[in-house]
Design a protein around this ligand. Structure first.
Ligand code: MF3
Ligand code: CO
Ligand code: CO
Length: 272
């Protein structure tokens, strides 16, 4: 893009002082943000559809079918499909699956499951990425709590996004709220720039120190997507499918995700 001379000079001054700053190609124009917003509207429509239909007794393959069909009907593309070999249209991650769960005809949702559905939509070349948790019927109080606190971590992280602030401010509040509630933040995965590609720089850590990390510049669009575990932050990737990420300790995990756009005077969630 062509950032204004003023913006360029301001960011360059930070860079010269040693701050990490975003790559210019990922500082979006208003037109690009418009495009990502349109992708976000469809992405939210997909998640709303899943919210209406998800229940005990369905298979996770059925969720994949709903997502694929709705997306196609809206002239959009499911970004996960064949992304680096991912075999399905959406990630569905149940209980001790942290993320990147693969929908399957064999997995039937059961009462008490906690389920993350992570949808990424490409529309007119622009990407939006968001996920929600769903509780199937009634679950344990502890499961309800990790789902709730993970959502609070996302919302606090969002509140910490300020133009000319730092990504470390975001990670700091997320980790602080998680640990206050006795939970651990997963460190091996994080948020990311998004919009022109699926995963862009910068990496968005869900832990950190205030005033550190990448400068938050108007025009940036990135995800916040904290994953919380009960006791240990450690995860392992399935050696059967190479995708499914499990908690090391077998305990459940919870995650929520937004795509967020930064403007000079405000911050907007493009996926709600
Ligand atoms: N949607 C995930 C994210 O939030 C990435 C999924 S990659 C896939 O970044 F290939 F598993 F779809
Ligand atoms: Co993401
Ligand atoms: Co996602």
């Amino acid at each position: 893009m062509e950032p204004s001379q003023e913006l360029r000079e301001k960011v360059d001054a930070y860079r010269r002082q040693g701050y990490k700053v975003p790559k210019w190609k990922y500082v979006k124009t208003p037109e690009q943000i418009e495009g990502i917003r349109a992708a976000g509207v469809i992405n939210t429509g997909v998640l709303d559809l899943v919210a209406e239909r998800i229940r005990a007794g369905i298979t996770t393959q059925e969720i994949d079918d709903w997502v694929a069909q709705y997306t196609e009907e809206h002239n959009a593309i499911c970004a996960p499909y064949h992304y680096e070999g991912f075999p399905k249209h959406v990630c569905v991650s149940i209980n001790d699956v942290v993320c990147h769960g693969i929908p399957s005809k064999k997995r039937v949702l059961m009462e008490g499951d906690i389920v993350n559905v992570d949808v990424t939509t490409i529309y007119n070349g622009y990407y939006a990425d968001a996920s929600r948790m769903f509780i199937i019927g009634k679950t344990s109080p502890e499961n309800e709590r990790i789902v709730r606190v993970a959502k609070q971590c996302l919302d606090l992280g969002l509140e910490a996004v300020k133009p000319w602030g730092f990504l470390g401010d975001v990670g700091y509040v997320i980790e602080q709220h998680a640990s206050r509630n006795g939970f651990k933040v997963v460190r091996d995965f994080g948020g990311h720039g998004v919009g022109l590609e699926f995963h862009e720089d910068p990496f968005v850590y869900h832990y950190g120190k205030k005033g550190t990390g990448c400068l938050i510049v108007p025009g940036m669009v990135f995800t916040i997507e904290p994953m919380l575990n009960f006791k240990k932050s450690g995860v392992r990737i399935s050696n059967l499918d190479g995708w499914t990420v499990y908690t090391k300790d077998g305990m459940p995990s919870a995650q929520w995700e937004y795509t967020v756009a930064v403007f000079e005077d405000h911050v907007e969630v493009l996926t709600k």
